[in-house]
Write a protein that binds this ligand. Structure first.
Ligand code: ADP
Length: 176
């Protein structure tokens, strides 16, 4: 789907296998030292040098984002965002929106043309996926008018139900 000249894609897959994307986004924790879920997969695929660079930038709070190299990943950069823990960091919708907004602005500042996101906070951090997807697409659509370099935004969902849910959420946003 294209909005203001930017292609928004929803795909099922692994965020560490997005060879054609300039930058991938990590759903990190504030220590930026790696962890489970997406974070673990990204650090494993990137190799130990990633942790060296990212942990030196820690700690960052919920809603914040930093950018590092991608090392052994097939991308140029990794943007590390810390999502809100649902029910703990409030207001969670604004903190989640900040993740997407800050990541897009960092990528834009680096003049990158493509960025891939996982569904931040929807794993261990417990954000209900439907609500999180609405915040994600609303924020992306709000920020899109600012973007000059980014031409492709890809949302990468690990499993089929998450993929279906996000496809429908994007269509619903578009219909509004
Ligand atoms: P958080 O701590 O922000 O909740 P998680 O990594 O626990 O982050 O989960 C975020 C989402 O990423 C979940 O929906 C999970 O299913 C999904 N996920 C886990 N591994 C991958 C991967 N390799 N690629 C894409 N998405 C993934």
């Amino acid at each position: 789907m294209k909005i203001s000249g930017v292609e928004i894609q929803v795909v099922q897959g692994d965020i560490t296998r997005q060879e054609d994307m300039a930058v991938i986004v990590n759903a990190a924790n504030s220590s930026l030292r790696g962890g489970g879920g997406v974070d673990g997969a990204i650090h494993r695929a990137a190799g130990p040098e990633l942790k060296k660079e990212s942990s030196a930038l820690a700690p960052i709070g919920p809603g914040q984002a930093v950018i590092t190299g991608a090392y052994r990943l097939p991308n140029q950069y990794v943007i590390h965002c810390v999502g809100p823990v649902y029910g703990v960091h409030k207001p969670e919708d604004e903190l989640l929106a900040s993740c997407y907004r800050n990541a897009l602005r960092l990528a834009e500042k680096q003049q990158l043309d493509s960025i891939a996101f996982p569904a931040i906070s929807t794993g261990v951090y417990g954000y209900p996926m439907q609500e999180a997807a609405q915040v994600m697409f609303k924020t992306i659509i709000e920020v899109i008018a600012e973007l000059k370099h980014i031409k492709k935004i890809r949302i990468v969902l690990f499993d089929r139900p998450a993929y279906e849910l996000h496809r429908q959420a994007l269509e619903a946003c578009q219909a509004e």
